[in-house]
Design a protein. Structure first.
Length: 212
């Protein structure tokens, strides 16, 4: 394994450790940023359906196309949280250059969540640059609201390591990777936590239907 992959392998363990309560076992549902947000696992997104989720930030907009056929439970959860305004004003709290940026915690600490967790699902595709997936703890069924965006194809080997729990894939960035890279270039505290020192907010997160 080359040095880059060795570093990534070490960091992937931190992805789970940094969100040790990512699923929201401790935080209360009142942490939800918007009214009417889910307090338990939402309905899965129906098979065959997709949504475009646009994350507006000061570094530019990030357009994410999510697909039910990848992870219907996780995608349904992500879309429901985005639609109720949960992510509005929430920051990207973790920056690991060459690996991922991570956000979705209303406390901005990496330990928060929506007050519930969702069921695990199999990962059926590869992690590549631009892949969007849910963060989790090492425990089963521990996904809450935190998600990450992969910065480099080299991250795939560590993220798909069968010795770790797989991270449910939602979809990928279909426009705005320049904004993702700009966020990734912001200062961070360095290993092991890689906390963002000047966190970039998701000013608004908008969900739109995919039209044929």
């Amino acid at each position: 394994m080359n040095r880059t992959l060795a570093v990534i392998a070490a960091l992937v363990a931190g992805l789970a450790v940094a969100c040790s309560t990512a699923g929201g076992a401790s935080p209360a549902p009142s942490e939800a940023a918007g009214s009417g947000c889910p307090t338990a696992q939402p309905e899965p997104l129906p098979a065959g359906e997709s949504r475009i989720v646009t994350v507006e930030t000061s570094k530019g907009d990030i357009e994410i196309t999510v697909a039910a056929d990848l992870s219907p439970i996780a995608v349904g959860n992500f879309v429901a949280l985005a639609e109720c305004g949960y992510y509005d004003g929430v920051v990207f709290h973790r920056i690991v250059p060459g690996f991922v940026i991570q956000g979705g915690d209303p406390t901005g600490t990496g330990t928060g969540g929506p007050g519930y967790t969702i069921q695990d699902e199999p990962v059926t595709t590869d992690y590549t640059r631009g892949t969007v997936a849910m963060a989790r703890t090492p425990a089963p069924n521990s996904v809450g609201s935190q998600f990450f965006i992969v910065l480099d194809d080299a991250a795939a080997q560590s993220l798909a390591d069968p010795s770790t729990n797989n991270y449910q894939i939602l979809g990928s960035v279909t426009d705005g990777m320049d904004a993702v890279d700009a966020i990734a270039a912001m200062p961070n505290s360095g290993p092991p936590s890689n906390d963002a020192l000047d966190p970039v907010e998701m000013d608004r997160v908008v969900v739109t239907q995919v039209t044929e």
